[in-house]
Design a protein. Sequence first.
Length: 232
Amino acid sequence: MSTETAETTETTETTEKVRIQVWSDYVCPFCMLAEGPLEEAVEGLDVEIEWKPFELRAEPKPTLRPEDPYLPEIWKRAVYPMARRLGVDITLPTVSPQPYTRLAFEGWQFAVEHGLGDAYNQRMFRAFFQESLDLGRLDVLVGLAEEIGLDGPAYRKALEDGTYYERHQDALRDAEANRVQAVPTILVGDTRLEGVPSTAQIRKAVLDERARLAESVTVEGVVCRADGTGCA
């Protein structure tokens, strides 16, 4: 009769980072307002945040004008109250008509390639919503890129040559594949949050996703060989 022995292999737990995807447009005030709750929600948590482009109004669709009734009304009713509640300095830009953002997003691809994607996003939002700068003008974009440490001439040439045009189009197709139709849209794993969610909503989604990832980790248990040579 063979002798059975039992060994417990070392348990290894390796949980991947929680992935958060955020689709936004530089002319959407709610995208800028979502930054604060997102940062607070993930404080102390191991996450990977990916900001992704979405053009609310792509060429040649007309963009909005601040002198028309719609923008002042939505800002009065929704944007300004939320900004006050979140403590964010934001103002309805005077640029008319509002700029297309394709060029700025192609510039974002350049910034990402040079390790400054997050800084670029933040500078674009503040340039538009705090300084009323026209993000559709190449000279404006070059100046902002240089402010955050990018090579201005190289940035200008990349945008003039359309170097990142196809990469940006791929990003837009990714948004379509993920059924993004409004911004901000936030995906935490498979959990979709649209609009400006609360800090608590985001954090719950992150913790739920972290728990799901932890459950999916493969853990070696106890197995025995009948010949007594140990665990398989």
